[in-house]
Design a protein around this ligand. Structure first.
Ligand code: GDP
Ligand code: MG
Length: 399
C-alpha cells in the first residue's frame, strides 16, 4: 500500500567504522587481525579471535555470490570497528567488486621480505575503484629483515600508493611484526606496533557520515499519482539534502525532464527538507506519470549525466557459485541490474583479452541500450535467465 512508502523510520547513523586488511597472500593479514584482537582483549576492548578461527571464516552469500570473509569487532578508547579479513585473493576481489563490505579505510599489509607483489597492486586498484580513499600501511615481518631494507620498502610502497592515486606521501606507515605481537611480545615491533596502528586508525580514517552536502540524488523505486495533486516519485535519498520547491531533473531511459519538487513526504508527514538516508516521496510538478518510471533518478539540475557507455571492473561467478560454465566472449549481451533498474547491455572485453573464464575478473566496457545515470563506484550485477552470473563496479563514465 502507499502508506508503506512513507513509513520507514529515520536510519540511525552507522556507529561502526568499517575497515579491513588487504594485501598479498601470506604477508600476514590474518596474523595481524588476530594480534589486534588479542591485544585489545587484554584491555577488555575485544573478544580474542584466534588465527584459526579467522581463517576458517564461514561462507556468506552477498548479492548472490559466495564470499568467505571473517568480520571481527573491536573497540579502541575512541570508537568501534568492524574489521573484515578474507582468506583468499578471490574473496577479496568478490568482496570489493560486489560491495559486500563497504570499507571506510583499509590496512595494507606488506611483508618487508617481499615488498609489493601482484595482489598488493590488485587490491589497491580495487580499493581505489570502490572508493576507499584512506589507506594505512603496516609493513610486516620486520623481524626478518635489516633496517636498510625497511627504508627501501617504505619508499617503494609510498610511491606505489601515489601511483594508484592515494596520499602515499602522508599516509601513516607502521613497521611491525604481527607474529611477535600475537605472541604478546611487548616490543616496538610487537604489541607497540599494534597500538600505533590503532592510533593511526582512530586519527586517519574518517568517521562515516551521511553525505548531506553534495547535490541531492534520489534513485526512484516507485512512482504513483495522487489525484488532484500530481505525480509522486519514491526512493531513498542517497546523498545531499532535498528542499521543498527545489529545481530538479529526472534522468534515465534516454530521457531528461525538468521539474520542481513541490512537496516532500517522509515519516508520514510533509517536510520542508529531507537528508541523505531518508526514504521519501517527492511530488514533482509538470510531469506525467507515464513519462517516468522506476530506475530513473531525481537529482539536482546538471549534477549528473546520462550516458550509455561506461568502463567497469567485473567478476564472473564460477559454476559452483551459480554462474556460467562457459567462458565469456567479446560482445556478450545480457541484462544489467543496478540500483532500481534493469537494462539490456553489451559487454566488450579489453582489446588484448579474447575471453574471460568463470571465476576471473577483468576490465570491460559496457554499452547500455538506453542512457542511464551511473557513477564511478556504482555496483551492478549481470543476470542470465534471472541467475546472477557476474558482479561489477563502474570505474568511469564515457561520453
Ligand atoms: P595472510 O595470507 O596475509 O593472511 O598471511 P598469514 O597471516 O596467514 O601469515 C602467513 C605466514 O606468515 C604465517 O605462517 C605467519 O605465521 C607468518 N607471519 C605473519 N606475520 C609474521 C611476522 O611478523 N613475522 C614472521 N616471521 N612471520 C610472520
Ligand atoms: Mg589470511
Amino acid at each position: 500500500t502507499r502508506s508503506r512508502f512513507f513509513s520507514s523510520q529515520p536510519q540511525p547513523d552507522r556507529k561502526n567504522v568499517n575497515i579491513g586488511t588487504i594485501g598479498h597472500v601470506d604477508h600476514g593479514k590474518t596474523t595481524l587481525t588476530a594480534a589486534i584482537t588479542k591485544y585489545l582483549h587484554k584491555k577488555g576492548l575485544a573478544k580474542y579471535v584466534p588465527y584459526g578461527e579467522i581463517d576458517k571464516a564461514p561462507e556468506e552469500k552477498a548479492r548472490g555470490i559466495t564470499i568467505n570473509a571473517c568480520h571481527v569487532g573491536y573497540s579502541t578508547e575512541r570508537r568501534t570497528y568492524a574489521h573484515t579479513d578474507c582468506p583468499g585473493h578471490a574473496d577479496y576481489i568478490k568482496n570489493m567488486i560486489s560491495g559486500a563490505s563497504q570499507m571506510d579505510g583499509a590496512v595494507l599489509v606488506v611483508a618487508a621480505t617481499d615488498g609489493q607483489m601482484p595482489q598488493t597492486r590488485e587490491h589497491l586498484l580495487l580499493a581505489k575503484q570502490v572508493g576507499v580513499s584512506k589507506i594505512i600501511v603496516y609493513i610486516n615481518k620486520t623481524d626478518l629483515v635489516d633496517a636498510e631494507v625497511l627504508e627501501l620498502v617504505e619508499l617503494e610502497i609510498r610511491e606505489l600508493l601515489e601511483d594508484f592515486g592515494f596520499d602515499g606521501a602522508h599516509c601513516p606507515l607502521i613497521f611491525g611484526s604481527a607474529l611477535e605481537a600475537l605472541e604478546g611480545q611487548d616490543t616496538e615491533r610487537g604489541t607497540k606496533s599494534i597500538q600505533k596502528l590503532l592510533d593511526a586508525l582512530d586519527s586517519y580514517i574518517p568517521y562515516p557520515e551521511r553525505d548531506c552536502k553534495s547535490p541531492f540524488m534520489l534513485p526512484i523505486d516507485n512512482t504513483f499519482s495522487v489525484s488532484g495533486r500530481g505525480t509522486v516519485v519514491v526512493g531513498t535519498l542517497t546523498r545531499g539534502t532535498l528542499k521543498k520547491n527545489a529545481e530538479a531533473e529526472l534522468l534515465g531511459f534516454d530521457l531528461s525532464l525538468k521539474t520542481t519538487v513541490s512537496d516532500i513526504q517522509a515519516f508520514k508527514q510533509s517536510l520542508p527538507e529531507v537528508r541523505a538516508g531518508d526514504h521519501v516521496g517527492a511530488l514533482v510538478r509538470n510531469v506525467k506519470l507515464k513519462d517516468i518510471k522506476r530506475g530513473m533518478v531525481l537529482c539536482a539540475p546538471k549534477s549528473l549525466k546520462l550516458s550509455n557507455r561506461f568502463k567497469a571492473s567485473i567478476y564472473f561467478l564460477t559454476k559452483g557459485e551459480g554462474g556460467r560454465s562457459k567462458p565469456i566472449a567479446n560482445k556478450y549481451c545480457q541484462q544489467l541490474f543496478s540500483q532500481t533498474w534493469t537494462v539490456p547491455c553489451r559487454i566488450d572485453l579489453d582489446d588484448d583479452v579474447t575471453m574471460l573464464m568463470p571465476g576471473e575478473y577483468g576490465n570491460v566496457k559496457l554499452t547500455l541500450l538506453w542512457k542511464m545515470v551511473m557513477s564511478p563506484g556504482q555496483q551492478f550485477t549481470v543476470r542470465e535467465n534471472n541467475f546472477t552470473v557476474a558482479t561489477g563496479i563502474v570505474t568511469e563514465t564515457m561520453p
